[in-house]
Design a protein around this ligand. Structure first.
Ligand code: HMG
Ligand code: MG
Length: 288
C-alpha cells in the first residue's frame, strides 16, 4: 500500500548549489528559497556550515539564513559536520541541523576526512548540543546503494550507521543513493534491512538520478512504507566528493509522479516550475 501523503524535503539550495562550478550570489539563493516556499515546500535545506575550503559554494549560509522570511509551517535546515558547524548554525538561527555520515569508509574519508566511527563520535556532542538547544536533528547516510570508491555497499552497513544516528537522537535518517547506483531491488533490500533496526517512519529517501532510476527507486520504497523523500528543484546537484554524481531527483518530477499515484504533497506544480525556471535561468542552463 502506498502512503496517502508524502513530505518532500527540498535540498536544492544545499545539495544542488554546493556542486555548482560557480558560486551563486546570496540574493539569488534567497530568491530561490522564497520561491520554493511560495510553491508550498515547507522543509527546505538552505545550506551548510562546513569548511569553506572544502565547499566554498556554501560559505554564505549565515547570510542566506539572515535574509529569509519566517517559515512557520516548516523549517530551514542546514548540514553541520561537527560542533563548530553546529555553533554557527545555532547562532544563525537554523530551524534544524543535519549530521552526515557514510555507509562506506572511503567516502567518509573523502567527504569529511575521517572514518565512519570517528564521524559518529564527532556527531555525538552535536546531538547533545542540538537536544539542549531544542533544535531538531536529522541524519544522513551516504552511499547506501553504492560507493564511488568501494562499489557495492552492504545493506547491513547502512543499517548499522542508521541505528547509531537514531540512537544519538536523529528524528529521521535520510538514506542517500549519492551516486545514483540503485535499482528498485537494491533500494528495497536496503530499506527492508534498515527497517529491521529503526522504525520505518524515521526513514527518508535521498536519491540521485544517474541512470534514470530515481522515480522507480522512490516508488519501490514508498511501497515499503517510506513517506519522506528528498528532492532538488530542477534536478540540481551532485556531491563535490563523489565525482560523476549527477543531480538529485528533480522535485518537479517527484511531485508529478506522486500526483499521478494519487499521493498528496501540498505543492503547487506551477509555482514549483517557476522556481525551477528561475534557478536554471540564473545558472544559465536549460530547465529540467
Ligand atoms: P578537516 O580538514 O579534517 O577539519 O575537515 P579540521 O578540523 O582539521 O579543520 C580544518 C579547517 O576547517 C580549520 O580551519 C577549521 O577551523 C575549519 P583553519 O584553521 O585551517 O583555517 N572547519 C570549519 N569551518 C567552518 N565550518 C565548520 C568547520 N569545521 C572545521 N563546520 C571537515 C573536516 C568536516 C570540516 C571538512 O571535511 C568538511 O567541511 N567537509 C564537508 C564536506 C561536505 O560538505 N560535503 C557535501 C555534503 S555531504 C553530501 O552532499 C551527501 C548528501 O547529500 C547525502 C547523499 O547524497 O548521499 C548529504
Ligand atoms: Mg545528496
Amino acid at each position: 500500500p502506498l502512503p496517502s501523503r508524502v513530505r518532500i524535503v527540498e535540498v536544492g539550495p544545499r545539495d544542488g548549489l554546493q556542486n555548482e562550478p560557480v558560486t551563486v550570489p546570496t540574493a539569488v539563493k534567497v530568491e530561490l528559497i522564497e520561491r520554493l516556499l511560495a510553491a508550498g515546500l515547507t522543509h527546505i535545506e538552505i545550506g551548510s556550515f562546513v569548511s569553506a575550503r572544502w565547499v566554498p559554494q556554501m560559505a554564505d549560509t549565515a547570510a542566506v539564513m539572515a535574509r529569509l522570511p519566517p517559515n512557520p509551517a516548516g523549517r530551514y535546515a542546514v548540514l553541520v559536520p561537527n560542533l563548530k558547524g553546529f555553533a554557527a548554525a545555532k547562532e544563525a538561527g537554523a530551524g534544524e541541523v543535519a549530521v552526515f555520515a557514510s555507509a562506506s569508509e572511503a567516502f567518509s574519508r573523502a567527504n569529511i576526512n575521517c572514518s565512519i566511527a570517528e564521524s559518529l563520535e564527532r556527531f555525538q556532542p552535536v546531538a547533545e548540543a542540538a537536544r539542549a538547544a531544542g533544535i531538531p536533528l536529522r541524519g544522513y547516510v551516504s552511499c547506501v546503494l553504492g560507493c564511488p570508491y568501494e562499489g557495492m555497499v552492504a545493506p547491513q552497513a547502512v543499517a548499522n550507521v542508521a541505528s547509531r544516528l537514531v540512537g544519538m537522537g536523529c528524528y529521521e535518517v535520510s538514506l542517500g543513493d549519492t551516486i545514483g547506483a540503485g535499482t528498485p531491488d537494491s533500494a528495497r533490500a536496503c530499506v527492508a534491512t534498515v527497517a529491521e533496526t529503526i522504525p520505518r517512519e524515521r526513514i527518508a529517501l535521498h536519491v540521485h538520478d544517474t541512470r534514470g532510476q530515481a522515480l522507480a527507486n522512490i516508488r519501490a520504497c514508498l511501497e515499503l512504507g517510506v513517506s519522506v523523500v528528498d528532492a532538488a528543484v530542477a534536478g540540481l546537484g551532485g556531491c563535490p566528493y563523489a565525482a560523476g554524481a549527477p543531480g538529485n531527483v528533480a522535485t518537479e518530477a517527484v511531485v508529478a509522479e506522486l500526483d499521478r499515484l494519487g499521493i498528496a504533497t501540498g505543492i503547487d506544480p506551477d509555482r514549483l516550475a517557476e522556481a525551477g525556471r528561475f534557478i536554471t535561468g540564473a545558472l544559465g542552463r536549460a530547465p529540467a
